[in-house]
Design a protein around this ligand. Structure first.
Ligand SMILES: *Cc1c(COP(=O)(O)O)cnc(C)c1O
Length: 361
């Protein structure tokens, strides 16, 4: 699905230099590269505040804490997604309320939101899934009408856009992850939080660093959630290549779309008109023999992944949450993510496509 050693090898000199500089300076925590990278991130997204932290899950937890969300509050999260948003809402003692997704774009179904909102609802966590954007305008309108916070989760969609504006700049707070498989990735765990709001930014920065406003001045109960300087140094290199990397993936996705167009047994991923897809995943829907196709690809040396095999409400830890998600349910039976990353060549895409055509005869 992704070739991290190859990616490292292609820019080894730059990565080694960046990491050596940190080793020589010894500023491993809150070092120079962290501050620089935070500025570069803010500049890239064109947002006022960028605060790094230890990972994307922490970013979500810190965001909720900064908004004082906890016991007695409800937060709406997608039922078809990675577990992180659901997890942090639960950890903070708030009640997660799941919402179904749409079958076309796999994003939160905004038409199903209103019936889930009540006076206890405080926020919606808008996960931009697989690299594409949720319907931001509609979401912001609902949030405004019901005085809800929007927390964007663009862990899979960093660099993706909605109407020519970067994802991660629309919500009250946005969260991202630099996990090695994300669009902007480091060599371990990392995350960041974004906001335009000065007061929230101050609070977020405190919470991520033991609730401190200054050294040994603990204003709120905080966390230890910091981005390592070594990771920040790696990320500075990666950020320089993010745009070309995204452009490569857009080209590869287009090629998949051409090559797979005529196979009736599958549906190709749709790109919403308002969305500039960042292709963290190229996820098809397979209407016939999905698991057999996956196996066939594997036998021919091609990895593919099922994101996600279960609706979140079917996971043992979350049984008891609201249940009725017909679209999510259907997707768990049909989705298959094919390899897409910036080290792949056109021939690779042709090869994978050829195998899929062969499978369906
Ligand atoms: C990866 C991911 C996260 C969590 O990020 P970590 O850095 O692994 O904690 C959160 N939300 C989504 C949608 C993700 O894909």
């Amino acid at each position: 699905m992704i070739d991290l050693p190859l990616e490292y090898a292609t820019r080894k000199v730059e990565y080694d230099e960046a990491m050596q500089a940190v080793l020589q300076a010894g500023d491993f925590i809150k070092g120079k590269a962290v501050t620089e990278f935070e500025h570069q991130l803010a500049q890239f997204l064109n947002i006022k505040h960028s605060i790094s932290c230890a990972n994307g899950t922490d970013a979500l937890e810190i965001a909720l804490r900064a908004l004082n969300i906890g016991e007695g509050d409800e937060v709406i999260v997608p039922a078809f997604s990675y577990v992180a948003a659901l997890e942090v809402v639960s950890l903070l003692g708030a009640k997660p309320v799941l919402v179904d997704v749409d079958a076309q774009y796999f994003q939160i179904d905004v038409t199903k939101l209103k019936s889930l909102i009540n006076p206890r609802t405080k926020a919606i966590i808008a996960v931009h899934l697989f690299g594409q954007a949720v319907d931001v305008d509609e979401l912001l309108e609902i949030a405004k009408a019901h005085q809800l916070y929007i927390i964007e989760d663009n862990a899979q969609s960093f660099g993706g856009m909605y109407k020519n504006q970067y994802l991660g700049t629309f919500g009250h707070i946005s969260c991202t992850s630099f996990f090695p498989t994300k669009n902007l990735a480091c060599y371990g765990d990392g995350g960041a939080i974004f906001t335009q709001d000065d007061t929230l930014a101050k609070k977020i920065r405190m919470i991520a660093n033991h609730g401190q406003s200054a050294k040994y001045q603990h204003e709120v109960v905080g966390r230890n959630s910091r981005l390592d300087t070594l990771q920040a140094a790696v990320l500075q290199v990666k950020l320089r290549y993010l745009k070309p990397s995204l452009a490569i993936k857009v080209g590869l996705a287009r090629l998949y779309q051409q090559q797979l167009l005529e196979i009736e047994e599958i549906s190709l991923p749709q790109v919403a008109t308002h969305s500039q897809h960042s292709w963290n995943q190229f996820t098809i829907r397979v209407h016939q023999n999905r698991d057999e196709l996956k196996q066939f690809l594997a036998q021919h040396g091609v990895q593919s992944m099922i994101y996600y095999p279960k609706v979140l409400s079917q996971q043992p830890a979350y049984i008891g949450l609201n249940q009725d998600f017909p679209v999510a349910q259907q997707l768990t039976k049909e989705v298959l993510s094919l390899p897409i990353h910036d080290q792949l060549k056109e021939e690779d895409i042709q090869q994978v496509s050829k195998l899929i055509k062969e499978f369906y005869g």
